[in-house]
Design a protein around this ligand. Structure first.
Ligand SMILES: [Zn+2]
Length: 301
């Protein structure tokens, strides 16, 4: 994204370091992320969007080789360089590979430590640090390539997952439940566009305990009724009280609690199948601790 941007490579380093020093990493099985085939990206995105990003990448490579600009700005928050294309393909590829591994029973669940994030990426547009919508691609992949009938998406990032909503609103094979701070970027989500979207906008300074009550009252009954065959998580950790991109009061204990509630639903209806993909989370310490808490619950550690 360029120097000084919160969506920085150090985010993944912080997670890696935390898994190392706590020993959690030793208990995990790891896979490198392959690049997603374009045909799978196009399960969630228009062909023109994919072609435009590829064209910009070619231009960036030419510019770089000619000593020209290294970044191109797509919107005030979002820029890309010559490496963004492959990173974005691998972020979606991770979600797809995780889906395959979970569907094959090789793993009960998986966490994808990926950048760039995905949940603001719309069918035809990159925005909000996002290029391809990793979770929407994987959800469609599970439906189309594995023949599932119903998948759920849980989004606990502090920002509304407008891209996921753009792609999947009205697709009744998908139930999406989320909470997010409102008003806050991208200032959407207060009017539910379709019955398969359960949006819970909450004001700044809402505490974790209040969010837990909302989750219990509004998410869990809908998830139980829907009986998803697989659950995808847009796991953003920027609702943490130490994260300056939002003003919510979540702690790592709250993330552990939410994860255990999701896991409980998955065990009852989805054979435990969960694929969780990193979205936001910009305070490096809070991000690392929250991911650890999330993974400990997923992996029973
Ligand atoms: Zn976010």
């Amino acid at each position: 994204m360029g120097a000084g941007h919160p969506e920085c490579p150090e985010r993944l380093d912080a997670i890696e370091d935390r898994l190392l020093i706590t020993g959690v990493g030793d208990a995990l099985s790891r896979q490198e992320a392959p690049e997603a085939p374009l045909a799978d990206i196009e399960l969630a995105h228009g062909r023109m969007h994919v072609a435009a990003l590829r064209g910009l990448t070619d231009q960036l490579v030419e510019d770089r080789n000619a000593g020209g600009p290294t970044h191109t700005q797509l919107d005030p928050d979002t820029s890309m360089n010559a490496y963004t294309w492959r990173a974005a393909l691998r972020a979606s590829g991770a979600a797809i590979a995780a889906t395959d591994a979970v569907m094959a029973g090789e793993l009960e669940n998986a966490f994808c430590a990926v950048r760039p994030p995905g949940h603001h990426a719309c069918h035809d547009k990159a925005m909000g640090f996002c290029f391809f919508n990793n979770v929407a691609v994987a959800a469609r992949y599970a439906l189309e390539r594995h023949g599932l009938q119903r998948v759920a998406i849980v989004d606990f990032d502090v920002h509304h997952g407008n891209g996921t909503e753009d792609i999947l609103a009205g697709d009744d094979r998908v139930l999406m439940v989320s909470f997010f701070q409102h008003p806050l970027y991208p200032y959407s989500g207060t009017e539910s566009p379709a019955p398969n979207m359960v949006n819970l906008p909450v004001p700044a300074y809402t505490k974790g305990m209040d969010i837990r009550e909302l989750v219990e009252a509004a998410w869990i009954p809908r998830l139980e009724d829907f009986k998803p065959e697989m659950i995808f998580i847009s796991a953003g950790f920027d609702a943490h009280r130490e994260d300056d991109l939002g003003q919510l009061g979540m702690t790592e204990q709250d993330y552990a609690w939410i994860t255990s509630r999701i896991k409980n639903v998955a065990q009852r209806h989805s054979k435990g199948r969960i694929v969780s993909c990193l979205e936001g989370g910009y305070n490096l310490s809070a991000l690392a601790r929250s991911v650890e808490a999330h993974i400990r619950v997923l992996a029973d550690l």
